[in-house]
Design a protein around this ligand. Structure first.
Ligand SMILES: Cc1cc2nc3c(=O)[nH]c(=O)nc-3n(C[C@H](O)[C@H](O)[C@H](O)COP(=O)(O)OP(=O)(O)OC[C@H]3O[C@@H](n4cnc5c(N)ncnc54)[C@H](O)[C@@H]3O)c2cc1C
Length: 642
């Protein structure tokens, strides 16, 4: 549940948010806005310090009600010399609810609009790293939910400004101790400026021990003093151990992305937002011609009782994909947030549901979700008997409901990403191999002619990445052919359409009941899995397999559609997925050479809609040495050469 906040009436300052947990107020006596502006922004020399810089990174301890973030965002917005990208990384052990965040900002009309935008995205704040994008991806908030020390170990931040906030050292000493400051110091480059409203001796000593040189400065009345300083240790700080997830920051220049499917288009958009001139090459004559030509697919979280790395990755992916869909696509035409039901059929019912003492089945949470049941329910809950009845299926007691899911047309997303300013697309270019050249890596065609050359190449060629990466890094990729079956509502008849569920179903196969295709409103059922097959042909056998899946998933829909299947009146689409043995995607650097670098984003498996936007942002973050959108350990597990 969101942190409980009491709104207390204080003489002179109006209503003040108060934390019963820490027995302390959320903001200074003069109000949060003054504190954010005077103590933190001005204390770190902002906005002047970030003028005309390509990127700026603020690190904050104690997100609280988000006022410091909102004020920094507003300052960025108002500054004609703002950096191209503003990163704001903040830690919070007890996240406030969206309503309280908006309420806290209501006192400051200039912040209200921003607070409403922030609040709209603040769902499902389970322990871990959450990334939020605003201003077309130029303001990136990374919220680290959990203990600050532990969370900062899961980041590779190089902060330019540090805001030390939180409840008073007397009420919450942990956040002000030397261990927290050492964790903060690990995230600072020498010269990073630090600011705080507390000047307690103990805090100053702990900061000095962590390598910060701090001074008291005149405070905002009624406070006498504030704290300002700089990270400038008398010793050479130990660099964190090198991982492929960390790259030396590079300057944006020209880049080649090979492959114009979901993976390649997402990378292209992420790099272009950071100032790269991106040329996307593909062998096909139109973008989204490989697996991403799927007419429509499901975007959905993944649930596992132990909250596996794939489940965590998918939640981050869904959040980012939904942000992209909301910003770039037309709801109802290109995508729809519908929610979806996952029927587990006879597979692992006990893993999904536990039986409570009254004998009723209840949803079993992974252990680390204790205390975060409300946040978990934003992602997944047990489906209700009513939902199952409305969907026209038997309530088996082991089905799940994912509120944050829906269908998306991959080609719409690919097209939108390729329209990002800075991205150029060129079709009918089959890249036969890569070779280092004098001005970068060269993409060569079958005749050995150079198609294009750039200091940075990103492979997003799905299963063909295996061949193109030969000699650079050994990859383990598998081709999995698959087929979906679909048909028009108009051809199915009213009775059949009435039998379709109101939202997509997933489980043994999937059913998207209503997607507007060019030819009319359609249903879509799938999909088959045929390993090690690279030819995407539509077969009658696969239609029959899809019908069998549908019979298990939604017997009434299958009964209505069976005649169409039997009479070959069902359309089909087939494509080839590219998967890794762990079902996790591959994202990271493949090779470094004097000519430049080769990176990869592939292995999206059956989850390209869920994972591609996240993988694009992760690749860009690693390349630039930016804060990561997911935990470091998770990012490292996607490393293609790790
Ligand atoms: C039947 C089926 C159902 C699916 N259902 C879903 C679903 O419901 N939800 C979901 O999220 N995902 C689903 N997927 C998976 C999803 O389609 C993929 O994960 C996603 O499209 C992969 O995107 P990609 O960019 O990695 O690969 P692709 O879209 O295949 O893109 C690779 C691109 O590289 C190009 N290329 C390859 N080699 C070369 C070369 N040498 N030179 C130049 N260009 C080259 C290709 O032309 C292609 O355009 C499904 C897949 C299938 C097959």
């Amino acid at each position: 549940m969101p942190e409980r906040i009491e709104w207390r009436h204080d003489a002179g300052t109006g209503t003040t948010p108060y934390s019963p947990r820490f027995a302390d107020r959320y903001r200074s006596e003069s109000g949060g806005l003054d504190q954010a502006q005077e103590v933190f922004l001005a204390g770190c020399g902002l906005p002047a310090a970030w003028h005309c810089r390509p990127q700026w990174c603020v690190l904050e301890t104690g997100f609280g009600l988000g006022l410091n973030f909102l004020v920094t965002w507003l300052a960025w917005r108002s500054d004609p010399h703002r950096p191209r990208l503003l990163h704001f990384v903040s830690t919070e052990a007890y996240p406030a609810g969206a309503d309280d965040i908006v309420r806290a900002a209501l006192a400051h009309p200039q912040l209200t609009g921003l607070a409403v935008q922030l609040a709209a995205d603040l769902y499902g704040l389970l322990p871990g790293v959450h990334r939020f994008a605003f201003e077309d991806g130029q303001v990136l908030l990374t919220l680290c939910i959990g203990d600050a020390k532990a969370m900062l170990r899961q980041q590779r931040v190089s902060a330019d400004s540090v805001y030390l906030d939180g409840f008073s050292p007397a009420k919450n000493p942990d956040i002000w101790d030397v261990h927290t400051f050492k964790a903060v110091a690990r995230c600072c480059s020498r010269g990073a400026r630090v600011a705080s409203w507390t000047v307690s001796r103990q805090v100053r000593d702990a900061l000095a021990e962590a390598g910060f040189v701090v001074d008291k400065t005149p405070g905002v009345p009624p406070k006498r003093d504030n704290l300002q300083g700089v990270y400038n240790p008398a010793w050479e700080p130990k660099k964190p151990p090198h991982t492929a997830a960390v790259a030396r920051p590079v300057a944006a220049s020209a880049c080649l992305v090979i492959g114009a499917g979901l993976a390649g288009a997402a990378v292209a958009a992420s790099l272009a937002r950071r100032g790269w001139r991106v040329l996307v090459l593909d062998l096909a004559s139109t973008p989204a011609s490989g697996a991403s030509a799927l007419p429509a697919g499901l975007l959905a979280p993944h649930y596992s009782p132990d909250d596996s790395p794939l489940s965590r990755l998918c939640r981050s992916g869904v959040r980012m994909a939904l942000q992209q869909a909301e910003r770039l696509l037309k709801a109802g035409d290109d995508w729809q947030l519908t929610g979806s039901l996952q029927r587990s059929a006879d597979k692992e019912p006990a893993a999904m549901a536990a039986t409570d003492p009254k004998g009723t089945a209840s949803f079993r949470h992974p252990e680390n979700w204790a205390g975060f049941e409300g946040e978990a329910a934003d992602w997944v809950k047990r489906s209700t008997a009513e939902q199952m009845r409305d969907a026209g299926v038997e309530a088996t007691g082991d089905s799940l409901y994912f509120p944050r899911s829906g269908w998306v047309k991959p080609a719409s997303l690919v097209t939108a990403w390729l329209h990002t300013p800075g991205v150029t697309w060129r079709g009918r270019c089959r890249v036969a191999r890569l070779a280092p050249g004098s001005r970068g890596w060269q993409a060569l065609d079958d005749n050995g002619t150079v198609i294009a050359e750039a200091p940075l190449v990103v492979l997003a060629t799905a299963f063909d990445s295996l061949r193109l990466a030969e000699g650079l890094a050994p990859l383990s990729l598998q081709a999995i052919r698959g087929q979906v079956s679909f048909g028009l509502h108009a051809d199915a008849g009213d009775n059949v359409v009435d039998a379709l569920p109101p939202l997509p179903l997933n489980g043994s196969g999937s059913l998207i009941p209503a997607v507007p295709l060019e030819s009319g409103m359609a249903w879509l059922a799938g999909a088959t899995y045929q390993r090690n097959v690279t030819t995407p042909v539509v077969t009658r056998q696969d239609h029959q397999d899809n019908l069998r899946r549908l019979q298990a998933l939604h017997p009434a829909a299958a009964a209505g559609l069976v005649a169409g299947f039997e009479a070959d009146r069902v359309a089909g689409w087939s494509g080839v997925r590219c998967a890794t043995p762990t079902r996790m995607p591959l994202v990271g650097r493949l090779a470094t050479h004097a000519a430049g670098e080769v990176w990869i984003s592939t292995g999206m498996g059956s989850r390209g809609l869920t994972l591609s936007a996240l993988c694009g942002e992760l690749l860009a973050a690693q390349l630039h040495g930016e804060p990561l959108p997911i935990e470091l350990s998770l990012a490292n597990s996607l490393n293609p050469v790790g």
